[in-house]
Write a protein that binds this ligand. Structure first.
Ligand SMILES: [Zn+2]
Length: 221
C-alpha cells in the first residue's frame, strides 16, 4: 500500500533486514513475498538478513498463509542468517549485526558503513545498551526508537514495552557522539503535532540534527 502511494515497486528493494519477529516488524514481508512470487521477476534477487529464530518465524508464517507464493519467492530471496557481531558486505556496504540481548523477543540491531565511510547505527525498537556501544558510537546517523514524549509517559507507558521516550533517545544520541538522530517507532495518537513537539523535547538534550518523520517522509544524509 505504502509502495503504491509513492509509486515504488517492492522489487526495487535490494536488501531487507528483519530485527525480530513481533508482528509490527515481521508482517511487512508478506506483500514483498507476494511481489517476488510473480512470473515477471526474472533473475531478480533480494537479500534478506535475519536471525535464525526470525527465519523460523517467517517459514512458519508462510507455511500457513501463502505457501505457494513463498515457494516461488524463495528463488529470489538470498536468505542470510546472522548472529551477534557478524559482518557482511553488500554492494560495497559493510553491515555489522549485533544481538541487543532483549528480554522480550530475541532482537538484532545493525551498523551500516557506506563506501564513503558514512556510518549509520540502528538499534531496533529498544533503548541503547552498554554491551554494544563500542559498535554504534561516533556514527553519522543514529536511528533510535522514541515511543512517546518524556512528559507523556503516564499515557503511553514506553518502559514496560522496552521502548524509550524522545528525551532518552536524544540523551543516547549525545552519549554515543552521534551527528544526527532519526527517531522511529512512535505512537500514532498525536500525529498532527508529532514533528513539532518531539523536536522540541529532543532539542533540549541533543545539539545535532534531529529528524522526526511521518510515514513516507524522506531523509537524505
Ligand atoms: Zn516494535
Amino acid at each position: 500500500m505504502q509502495f503504491h502511494k509513492v509509486k515504488k515497486d517492492p522489487l526495487e528493494l535490494r536488501t531487507i533486514f528483519i530485527t525480530h519477529y513481533d508482528s509490527d516488524h515481521i508482517l511487512g514481508i508478506v506483500p514483498i513475498v507476494r511481489a517476488l512470487s510473480k512470473k515477471e521477476v526474472g533473475t531478480h534477487k533480494v537479500n534478506l538478513f535475519c536471525s535464525k529464530v526470525v527465519k523460523e518465524a517467517v517459514d512458519s508464517l508462510f507455511h500457513l498463509v501463502a505457501r505457494r507464493h513463498y515457494a516461488e519467492a524463495k528463488k529470489h530471496l538470498n536468505l542470510v542468517i546472522v548472529g551477534d557481531r557478524d559482518v557482511h558486505k553488500v554492494d560495497g556496504w559493510k553491515l555489522q549485526f549485533f544481538d541487543v540481548k532483549s528480554n522480550n523477543s530475541p532482537q538484532m540491531g545493525c551498523v551500516i558503513t557506506f563506501p564513503d565511510g558514512t556510518k549509520l547505527s540502528f538499534l531496533g525498537d529498544e533503548p541503547l545498551r552498554e554491551h554494544y556501544t563500542d559498535l554504534v558510537k561516533d556514527c553519522d546517523v543514529l536511528i533510535h526508537n522514541a515511543f512517546c514524549l518524556d512528559t507523556e509517559q503516564k499515557i503511553f507507558e514506553p518502559h514496560p514495552k522496552n521502548h524509550s521516550t524522545m528525551k532518552e533517545a536524544a540523551e543516547n544520541a549525545a552519549k554515543i557522539n552521534a551527528k544526527k538522530l532519526v527517531v522511529f517507532h512512535t505512537e500514532d495518537k498525536t500525529l498532527d503535532t508529532r514533528k513539532k513537539r518531539y523536536l522540541k523535547e529532543g532539542k533540549g538534550h541533543f545539539s545535532g540534527e534531529i529528524f522526526v518523520p511521518l510515514d513516507l517522509d524522506w531523509f537524505r544524509f
